[in-house]
Design a protein around this ligand. Sequence first.
Ligand code: NAD
Length: 493
Amino acid sequence: MTIAQPRHLLDGSHRRMFIGGAWVEAASGQIMETRNPATGVVIATVPRAGKKDIERAVAAARNAFDGPWSRFKPHERQKLLLKIADLFERHWEEICVSDTTDMGLPIARARGNANRVLGMLRYYAGMATALHGQTVENSLSGDIVSYTRKEPVGVVGAIIPWNAPTAASVWKIGPALATGCTVVLKPSEEAPLTPLLIAELMAEAGVPDGVVNIVTGTGAEAGAPLAEHMGVDKIVFTGSTATGQSIVRASAGNLKRVSLELGGKSPVIVCADADLERAVPVAAMSVFANSGQICIAGSRLFVARSIHDEFVARLAAYAGALRIGNGIDPETEIGPLISPRQLQRVEGYLRAGSEEGARLVAGGTRLSDGALAAGNFVAPTVFAGVSDTMRIAREEIFGPVISALPFDTLDEVVRRANDTPYGLAAGVFTRDLATAHQLSRRLQAGSVWVNTYHAIDPAMPFGGYKMSGYGREGGAEHLDEYLNTKGVFIRID
Ligand code: NAD
């Protein structure tokens, strides 16, 4: 029986999770709290799912995959995605308030993501009718006609982090709907509310029962059983590199397919000829946006030695002028970190930077004046005099902390920029076309941005090199992650 979900109130009331088209509690009856990171106030409780709930969700997803959903034609899936996009557009403010309240994203930034998220849904809608195999001239026999078919992989387990619940949910569910897969999505325990709202909108759009299931719970209790479940055909994961490694191990049981969007320590290279008016704010916000809780944060800032001191001074002034506070205020540019735990982690790096000899030129402390005391706020921080071996230059901080490092030659900066286990993104600021092309070619990163940053496009592939993961989201390659290729051979003589 379908039990209705109470309205998305964010006032401390209880919300249920979504399995097989019904709003349900955890089999254990356990619940967990989610808090507003700007105020520390509990804004909702949700079920704390375990293995039994994952079993139930995977069974619902399998039934849906084998049932009516498999008979949906591409144009019907396209229509559904377009309807979902329209509903998202109509409810966009509600989605933004949910993200701001549950994970601290400043509302102005949340509102500004509309094009990207709606663009993703409409891109997948377009792709739903563009999937096709190929006819292949048989290389050995003229008596055999051969062609390939693209078929949905089946039940997809999606596990997402807390830093971008809306975009991450759409990036996982959109291609599943386009290709005809079904999904069990486990949001982060730190920010589970927007994915539940998204499930409501998808149900309203007419997504059949069991096609999209949202199971709330912790990584150990709900994420791990999903990753190892023998009935799951593929896991798409976004999160830390350490969790990604445990997911690869968990996938071994049935050798399910895995794609991983993991951590980063991305370099931004500012050449001596760069347009500083543009480079300073873009380099700053490459890290400070979302309080540094972005996988692509350009946290290693390599600046040509001849402009280094001027650049760092401008960057420090920019950091000092940012408006910090509760993200629900439209004037806020920098919100809180997600949790007291993340705050402690970032404070640990602030101490490590100073202890290892870096020079603090902006920020460097927790902010606890007045209303900020109740939340997890850290001042946008700039360290100069950083060396490549310091922890702040090597480890992903996931907080608003930039390390400035001077460089002398392009060969040197390429070597140093690539000297990291990660390879998610890189930024370059230069007016010289040859330098732009050379660095784009030589930097080991899944995305390279020149004279811009954060430019993510639904039509472009996004993903990592090295320990930043494998598989791509966005672009035609994204759909292939959700498809199997079958070869068909027909003897015609
Ligand atoms: P995390 O790895 O701790 O958690 C991510 C998700 O995995 C959560 O839903 C969590 O509950 C779940 N999880 C935890 N342990 C698990 C386990 N053993 N098995 C299965 N699931 C488990 O990451 P986080 O702290 O929520 O997010 C921050 C990290 O995510 C950063 O490293 C960041 O770089 C990365 N990230 C990457 C991208 C990208 O696109 N590359 C985007 C956003 C965030």
